[in-house]
Design a protein around this ligand. Structure first.
Ligand SMILES: C[S@@+](CC[C@H](N)C(=O)[O-])C[C@H]1O[C@@H](n2cnc3c(N)ncnc32)[C@H](O)[C@@H]1O
Length: 267
């Protein structure tokens, strides 16, 4: 299992949680990992610290600049464009191959999703794996939406919680249609993100899925609204525990997804 430094910021609680999962499923260091849509590099920094040979691909200039400041080898490009030049669209002919392709909350953004999965399969060595952490917003039950709304209201009353503009929580709390209706329109109106079915269909064209797990996810929406100090870290931990307990008690189904697949590559 990976070891992580003590969390300093609320977001670190979520990064730790992801890092622990990756410690279970990634091939051991110094395996070569390509992290697609790695953003500002919080997860990549942990993997670099573990001794992985890591490359991060992301089209966002500001995120890539932040990731580079963490010492991460980055390419500022969309996965589809990168795959077209590096791995070819039809032939398995990559100049560089990886032991694992990692997508942390990025797979739902990448279009066309079947091409995203196909490029991932082509970039891997035989026996390589795809590792995905994502979410299935369509499976959010009314009880989960209610949990988010009441948790946000409770935290807002402390005066220490400010949901970041443009986030799902902001949308849920401020949409005149109310939280349940607002959630249903989150994917369509705001992001145009892929559903769980679309993602799994694309993956199964290229991968044999070895692991499918449902995990807490909603607590992550609160983290950027919490104070960046020890009290924010404590609240982040409480929220993760509360969501875990609610799922274990059957109050609502988990919307987080973790998937691992082995590439079906024919050379
Ligand atoms: C929700 S953020 C997740 C960032 C990071 N993995 C994390 O967990 O904090 C989604 C990321 O996917 C990236 N992304 C969006 N479209 C992409 C594409 N076509 N190719 C690669 N990355 C993409 C975005 O720039 C963004 O950094």
């Amino acid at each position: 299992m990976n070891s992580s430094p003590d969390p300093q910021l609320p977001i670190d609680v979520a990064v730790d949680e992801t890092h622990t999962f990756l410690g279970e499923v990634l091939p051991p260091p110094p395996a070569r990992v390509i992290e697609v849509g790695g953003g500002r590099g919080e997860v990549a920094e942990r993997l670099l610290g573990d001794g992985y040979a890591l490359k991060l691909i992301d089209p966002s200039p500001t995120s890539v600049a932040a990731a580079r400041r963490r010492g991460i080898d980055c390419v500022e490009q969309s996965w589809i464009d990168y795959g077209a030049t590096e791995f070819g669209r039809t032939e398995f002919g990559a100049s560089e191959h990886y032991d694992a392709a990692l997508f942390v909350r990025s797979f739902h953004h990448i279009t066309p999703v079947s091409e995203a999965a196909g490029i991932a399969a082509k970039c891997l060595v035989p026996g390589g794996c795809i590792v995905i952490e994502d979410f299935a917003f369509q499976t959010a039950e009314p009880a989960l939406i209610e949990w988010c709304a009441t948790t946000a209201e409770r935290l807002r009353e402390t005066g220490e919680f400010a949901p970041e503009a443009g986030t799902l929580l902001d949308h849920l709390l401020n949409d005149s249609r109310g939280p349940a209706e607002a959630w249903q329109h989150w994917g369509d109106d705001v992001h145009g993100i892929h559903s769980e079915d679309e993602m799994l269909t694309a993956l199964q064209q290229h991968f044999t899925m070895d692991l499918r797990r449902s995990v807490p996810y909603a607590y992550r929406y609160f983290l950027t609204g919490l104070p960046n100090d020890a009290s924010g870290v404590a609240t982040a931990r409480e929220l993760l525990d509360a969501e875990r307990r609610a799922i274990a008690d059957g109050a609502f189904a988990a919307i987080g997804r973790r998937w691992v697949g082995s590439a079906r590559i024919t050379r």
